[in-house]
Each structure stands twice: as structure tokens, then as C-alpha cells.
Design a protein around this ligand. Structure first.
Ligand code: A3P
Length: 341
């Protein structure tokens, strides 16, 4: 066990050294790594059981530990850690698999995630607090790493593209999409669960998605509007060229995550470091889960992967027909064709 722990810790460490030595400033980074990897370094000897914990603290962001009282100001200072504005943002789409994408990208040694949705650009009150407030919400990271945050409301909120552009006009933008009707039902399911939790009743999906007067798709229903991806994307394209976006296939991220993640690594100009080792299928959850090392693995929370209510097949057909032309336009603009009906 002792040997396994040590080997694993070395593996994680080695991954970082490999990554940096191939990507950026090998010498300075190797120095910086030393206190993190061999624990016997600057902070004195630790028990072997603590080794993977140190690695975890690193990946979860020292700020997080700092707030919980597990990391000292000295540690932050000595490690030369900084809070950096994100180099990439997962801007949406709600229920597309945004959490899974963020957590899976965080497996990469050069990526540090902002755990919470920050809602800086879509919330006027937060936005008024200024960019320094936003930066302070970011986890600590090494200067050579990149910070990524996700706030799915960004994709559909009118003011956000201009605000992000003002912060960084060359930022990379990730959009994870799912087949639009499935996404709309997933969106509905989340709201329904919230209502049930408060002992409230709620309409059936069919009643919300179809206008009872016209018997056509109700475009006023938010879950429907959010799934018209091309409409939202067109607003973003007034500020950013299409090359700054990467479309992630959220349906494929569920069934076959690795190739999707490899495409993102490429888009972010990161060396390929996420491997099949980091992803294992958990039959009980029915989803892929994350393996950081032999000690630490995790699945997403139970609120991800809810059972959807059954929906009248004629409503599904109507919705799919409705989304079809918008989907075609989306494929055309993005250059990514997805096999949606
Ligand atoms: P469902 O709850 O409809 O199944 P978001 O994080 O944007 O809210 O997206 C939630 C969706 O992520 C879930 O929708 C689920 O299908 C999907 N997902 C993708 N990969 C997953 C994973 N590895 N574990 C759990 N959910 C995952």
C-alpha cells in the first residue's frame, strides 16, 4: 500500500513535470513543483497516507483548501500560486453536460477549474463588482496553468458576449450541446425536481412545450428557446469569430468521453494528458466517472443523470421537426455535424 501510494503520487507529479517540460518553461516549473511533489520537501516529512491528499489539494485548487483552513497563506505564497482570469469558459448549454465537461477537463494537469458557477457576466450585481472581484473568485493555480470556469447561463444571456469580449477578446469558448429535445426535457426535469422538493405541483412537459391555442411548439417556453442553439450562437458571433468556439457533443461525452476530451485538449492547445485510465464506466451510476489516481476517483453528483419523465411521442416528434432547421444552421455555422434527428 505504502509503495502504491508513493508510486501514484510520483505518477501525478511526473505527469505535471512531463507536461510542463514539453509545454512551457521547463526549468522554473520543475523548481516550483518540488515542494508539491516530494512531500518531504519544504514542509517537512509527512505520513505516506497524506501524499495523495497533497496532490488532491493541488488539483482542487489551494484557494478551496485555503477557505476550508487546510492550506496556509505561506503555502500559497511559497508555491507562487496566483488567481488567474480564465483562458477558457464553458458558456453553456444548461443541461448539456457542462459539469461533466468541467470536471473531466480538470483531470488535465494544466487545467484548474473554478468549482462554483460564478455568474459574473450574466448577473448585473456581480458584474458591477468589477473584474478584480471575478479574478478573486478563481482558484489558485500556477501561472503556466489555465483556469476554466463554467456558467451555462452565459450562453443565453443577452449582455454576456460583449462583457466577455471586453475582458478578453481572444478567450476560448466551449459550448457543450445535446440533442435539443432531450436537452429541453432534461431542463424541464431539473425544474420539476425543484418544484417537487418544495411540495409544489407543476405542469406536464407537454403542456409547457406545446401552445394549447395553436398546437404548435411554444417558443415562449424557456426550455424550448434555450435549445435553439443557432439563435444564441449568432449573438455571440457578433463579437467572436467562429474559430474561438469549440462545440462539444454532449451526447457523445456521456457514452464515449475520451475522444471528446481529446478534441478539447487540441482546441485549448494542451498536450494530450487525459487518458482512458482517467475515465471508467460505473454501471451503478450508468455514467463514466473520473479516476485521478489509484486512490481517488469520483462520480458526478446524483443530480446529474436524472430519470426523465415519459413524454408523449407525438410531442417529441413535433419538437424534433421544429428544431431540425435550426440544427442544420447550427451545423453549417459551426462546421460540426451532429447526428440529431
Ligand atoms: P440528465 O440529468 O438529463 O441525464 P449539466 O451539468 O450541464 O447540468 O448537464 C447535466 C447532464 O450531464 C446530465 O443530464 C447527464 O446526462 C450529463 N452527463 C454527461 N456526462 C455525465 C457523467 N459522466 N456523469 C453524470 N452526468 C453526465
Amino acid at each position: 500500500m505504502g509503495l502504491a501510494v508513493r508510486t501514484q503520487s510520483f505518477w501525478l507529479c511526473q505527469g505535471l513535470v512531463d507536461f510542463w517540460s514539453q509545454a512551457w518553461e521547463p526549468l522554473s516549473v520543475t523548481c516550483r513543483l518540488q515542494p508539491i511533489c516530494p512531500i518531504e520537501g519544504r514542509f517537512g516529512a509527512r505520513s505516506q497516507a497524506e501524499l495523495p491528499l497533497r496532490a488532491l489539494q493541488f488539483k482542487r485548487g489551494l484557494l478551496h483548501e485555503f477557505r476550508k483552513g487546510n492550506a496556509s497563506k505561506d503555502q500559497v505564497r511559497l508555491h507562487d500560486l496566483v488567481q488567474q482570469l480564465p483562458k477558457a469558459i464553458i458558456i453553456g448549454v444548461r443541461k448539456g453536460g457542462t459539469r461533466a465537461l468541467l470536471e473531466m477537463l480538470n483531470l488535465h494537469p494544466a487545467v484548474v477549474k473554478a468549482s462554483q458557477e460564478i455568474h459574473f457576466f450574466d448577473n448585473d450585481e456581480n458584474y458591477a463588482k468589477g473584474i478584480e472581484w471575478y479574478r478573486k473568485k478563481m482558484p489558485f493555480s500556477y501561472p503556466q496553468q489555465i483556469t476554466i470556469e463554467k456558467s451555462p447561463a452565459y450562453f443565453i444571456t443577452e449582455e454576456v458576449p460583449e462583457r466577455i469580449y471586453k475582458m478578453n477578446s481572444s478567450i476560448k469558448l466551449l459550448i457543450i450541446v445535446r440533442e435539443p429535445t432531450t436537452r429541453a426535457i432534461s431542463d424541464y426535469t431539473q425544474v420539476l425536481e425543484g418544484k417537487e422538493r418544495k411540495n409544489k405541483t407543476y405542469y406536464k412537459f407537454e403542456k409547457l412545450a406545446i401552445d394549447p391555442n395553436t398546437c404548435e411548439v411554444n417558443t415562449k417556453y424557456k426550455a424550448v428557446r434555450t435549445s435553439i442553439y443557432t439563435k444564441h450562437l449568432e449573438r455571440w458571433l457578433k463579437y467572436f469569430p467562429i474559430e474561438q468556439f469549440h462545440i462539444v457533443d454532449g451526447d457523445r461525452l456521456i457514452t464515449e468521453p475520451l475522444p471528446e476530451l481529446q478534441l478539447v485538449e487540441k482546441f485549448l492547445n494542451l498536450p494530450p494528458r487525459i487518458s482512458q485510465y482517467n475515465l471508467y464506466f460505473n454501471a451503478t451510476r450508468g455514467f463514466y466517472c473520473l479516476r485521478f489516481n489509484i486512490i481517488f476517483n469520483k462520480c458526478l453528483a446524483g443530480s446529474k443523470g436524472r430519470i426523465h419523465p415519459e413524454v408523449d411521442p407525438s410531442v417529441i416528434t413535433k419538437l424534433r421537426k421544429f428544431f431540425h432547421p435550426f440544427n442544420q444552421k447550427f451545423y453549417q455555422i459551426t462546421g460540426r455535424t451532429l447526428n440529431w434527428p
